[in-house]
Write a protein that binds this ligand. Structure first.
Ligand SMILES: [Zn+2]
Length: 353
């Protein structure tokens, strides 16, 4: 037993921490393991946790991490938040009340095999965030937009015609089960590595055109900015402002959701923590691949674990009160959409009058 645990402790401390939290919070958690990833003699679990309301129509927030194995900080931020939440549930009736009216879903380690190997892709070399059956409208940037040339190059989408990787499929199935029947849901997929700012991306990844929920994305952005005017760490924007890609799982799931719930509200968000800032402050990072995606200095690491708690708590409240702040009715929706276009698509407005 010790022999089996010891390599996991070294290679995947996040999994050990997750299992300790499951032990700590068992009474509050509903635990599902739809998949194990086999690596040699090890079987790494794909955990799906749920907590809070079991009402069929409870508004739902999903927190996702570890899609890219090297971006461990996303997983660590979620685990840190879960630890605080479980501790609050021991003494704080506000936390209990909050969860009684919403559902929280957590998939902290989507790609345990990749995280074990400290690689972006899964053990088969597939980039899970390029792996959905979605083609970009315009030609995305070479390689980074997703490629089918070789699994030995980054951003490999998988072979044409092959079914999705088991991790992608397990993520899609879990989101389908939990979100597709809901009227109000938000998901936040936590990554790191791109740019100097912490970005909150909403769809599309596949297109530079506005996505159908842009009015709701705008309303949520303004809600955050008005509620936390001094918390200006986030740049809210469509992902395609940074780059477009093939195969984005959230583009795929959002399209499915719209089919299933034409009247529902679902915002699939990605938190892209800007790690170039960490590199700028400590150029030594450039020589360590892992540290390009993860803060290594202890004070910086702690600060980043704390930094996103406000966002997570905000999203818990926001999903619960979606009908209050999302623009309802034809005129408010039109106004919000117009303001969204002015903010994020000014060229588009000018060129089309
Ligand atoms: Zn990523």
């Amino acid at each position: 037993m010790i022999q089996r645990i010891s390599p996991i402790t070294t290679a995947l401390p996040e999994l050990i921490q997750l299992e300790e939290l499951i032990d700590q919070g068992r009474q509050h958690l509903r635990i599902n393991v739809p998949l194990h990833i086999t690596l040699g003699e090890h079987k790494l679990p794909f955990y799906v946790l749920e907590m809070g309301s079991t009402e069929p129509l409870a508004p739902t927030l999903a927190l996702i991490g570890g899609v890219h194995g090297v971006e461990r900080i996303g997983t660590q931020v979620i685990l840190s938040f879960l630890k605080s939440l479980l501790t609050r549930l021991e003494w704080d009736p506000v936390a209990t009340d909050m969860l009684s009216q919403m559902r929280l879903m957590l998939i902290p380690i989507v790609n345990p095999g990749g995280m074990w190997a400290n690689s972006r892709s899964n053990p088969q070399g597939i980039d899970l965030m390029r792996n959905a059956p979605v083609e970009a409208d315009e030609r995305p940037p070479f390689l980074v937009g997703g490629q089918r040339i070789s699994r030995h190059l980054p951003w490999f989408r998988g072979r044409r015609g092959e079914s999705m990787a088991s991790e992608s499929q397990a993520l899609v199935d879990s989101i389908r089960t939990t979100l597709m029947s809901q009227r109000h849901c938000i998901s936040l997929d936590c990554h790191s590595g791109f740019g100097y700012k912490d970005r909150i991306w909403f769809p599309w990844a596949k297109s530079v055109e506005p996505f159908p929920g842009v009015a709701d994305a705008y309303a949520l952005t303004r809600l955050f900015e008005r509620t936390y005017p001094n918390h200006s760490v986030y740049l809210f924007e469509p992902q395609a402002h940074s780059y477009t890609t093939h195969g984005d799982l959230w583009d795929f799931l959002y399209e499915e959701y719209r089919q299933a719930q034409p009247e529902g509200l679902y915002l699939p968000l990605t938190l892209e923590m800007g790690s170039w800032l960490w590199v700028k402050k400590n150029p030594g990072h450039l020589f360590r691949y892992h540290s390009l995606f993860n803060p290594i200095l202890p004070h910086r690491h702690q600060r980043i674990l704390r930094r996103h708690f406000t966002l997570f708590e905000f999203l818990m409240s926001a999903v619960r009160s979606m009908p209050v702040w999302s623009p309802e009715g034809e005129l408010p929706r039109l106004t919000a959409k117009q303001e969204a276009l002015e903010r994020w698509y000014p060229g588009r407005l000018t060129s089309r009058g």
